[in-house]
Design a protein around this ligand. Structure first.
Ligand SMILES: [Zn+2]
Length: 422
């Protein structure tokens, strides 16, 4: 464990700390952002007598964070920000999370705990394949690794041949990636005759996408590694909200930094432990963008708040099952059909009927956009694919079709088709 005392705090002590930090977070918001403070009008931090009083506070949604672009809900003076990360939005407006110096330190701390939970020590070589940029993955792993003293291979995404070469040449023992990437690695290794059993790889830390237990088993078998499921999102301060431990009996959430609740996604009512619903997160130690009752839209349940066999007392969540709404996620990127539509329809040659087909092909995310067009020009197809990549951050296959080729239906148009290709 990276911080054994904190990670094994008796629940009573942990809850005391949570209440103290919850009050401090409210005070921090009230003192730093009058607009944000309006949400809690008539309430003083001291009015929260115990954690169940959290229910008196309103939820905050991703749409509200997006509307706050760029800094309307930020809770520190601009000169205290050292950087921001962002997540994609519905209309091209992203959610911005500005980090103070203390936020970066908080992130490093929770990531160091995650890496330690995944058995990493200073003797490990961690190859970081998420990007080092606006999205949060790469930096999060990097900060955590620095804390525990791993040797970092900060390669970032893509360049799979180089990834394989580095795994071999630098003796990589642990791989950090979005959960579909190992599949690509396995595929390329096979095609290149690269023997994955002859590497020092022993651990994979994967997340950012919902990945099934079946895929997980496949990856573990093919790479000969133990995998750890890591969660976290830009809104809450990036990757590292929690991770499973060697017991693999749920994802430990760092509860001294985050308060978690499960609510009914329809009514917002709190659900008892064990029941499946939407994960709601309150940050307890963030400065730049503290969140009170953030509706994550992730569907999960609390497995236990009791002590795990690993010794940690931090609550455990079931692996994320999916999202509450129609948001689509491909190759680690969240998006809405409407964003695709906006890109398509900005071209006069394109007709309004389209169909997004998504699914899994050989275990990997697959997206195809069928669209009717006045011209079936190859250059238009390429341009659309390039725009989708530039605006949304993933590669999609665009198929141009003559008018009338996409089946019409009565009532609401079907814009998304989910395929289960094997
Ligand atoms: Zn555990």
């Amino acid at each position: 464990m990276y911080q054994p005392r904190l990670e094994t705090l008796p629940r009573e002590e942990l809850e005391k700390l949570q209440l103290k930090r919850l009050r401090r977070t409210l005070r921090h918001i009230m003192e730093n952002n009058a607009t944000y403070a309006l949400r809690f009008e008539g309430l003083a931090p001291e009015d929260l007598k115990d954690l169940s009083d959290l229910k008196k506070l309103p939820f905050i949604t991703k749409d509200e964070l997006r509307e706050a672009y760029p800094f309307k809900l930020a809770c520190a003076p601009k000169e205290d920000f050292v950087r921001f990360h962002m997540s994609s939005g519905t209309t091209g407006t992203p959610v911005i999370n500005p980090y103070t110096r203390a936020d970066v330190e908080q992130w490093a701390e929770i990531m160091a705990r995650c890496l330690s939970a995944a058995t990493l020590t200073h003797k490990d070589v961690l190859q970081i394949t998420p990007g080092f940029g606006l999205f949060n993955g790469g930096f999060g792993f990097h900060y955590g690794a620095e804390r525990i003293g791993c040797f970092v291979v900060p390669i970032g995404p893509g360049r799979t041949l180089m990834q394989l070469k580095f795994i071999k040449d630098f003796g990589t023992t642990a791989l950090a990636a979005i959960s579909s990437y190992p599949l690509r690695l396995i595929e390329v290794a096979k095609a290149e005759g690269f023997d994955l059993s002859q590497t020092r790889l022993r651990v994979g830390i994967f997340g950012a996408e919902v990945w099934s237990d079946e895929t997980r088993k496949f990856i573990e078998r093919e790479l000969g590694i133990e995998t750890f499921d890591i969660i976290g999102m830009t809104e809450t301060g990036g990757v590292g909200l929690g991770i499973d431990c060697v017991a693999h009996d749920g994802i430990h959430v760092w509860e001294d930094h985050y308060l978690i609740e499960i609510v009914d996604p329809e009514t917002g009512e709190s659900l008892p432990d064990g029941e499946e619903g939407e994960l709601v997160v309150t940050t307890l130690t963030r400065e730049g963008l503290p969140l009170v009752r953030y509706r994550t839209r992730d569907i999960t349940r609390i497995i236990s708040r009791g002590r795990c066999v690993c010794g940690r007392t931090m609550a455990r969540l079931a692996r994320i099952k999916g999202r509450t709404d129609d948001m689509l996620k491909v190759k680690g990127v969240n998006f809405y059909p409407r964003q695709i539509e906006e890109i398509l329809m900005s071209h006069p040659e394109i007709l309004p009927d389209y169909l997004i087909r998504i699914g899994k092909k050989e275990g990997k995310d697959f997206i195809e956009i069928l669209v009717e067009s006045r011209t079936l020009d190859e250059s238009l197809k390429r341009r659309l694919e390039e725009e989708i990549y530039n605006y949304l951050g993933f590669r999609a296959e665009v198929v141009l079709l003559p008018k009338g080729k996409i089946p019409r239906r009565e009532g609401k148009a079907v814009r998304v088709e989910k395929l289960e290709k094997k």
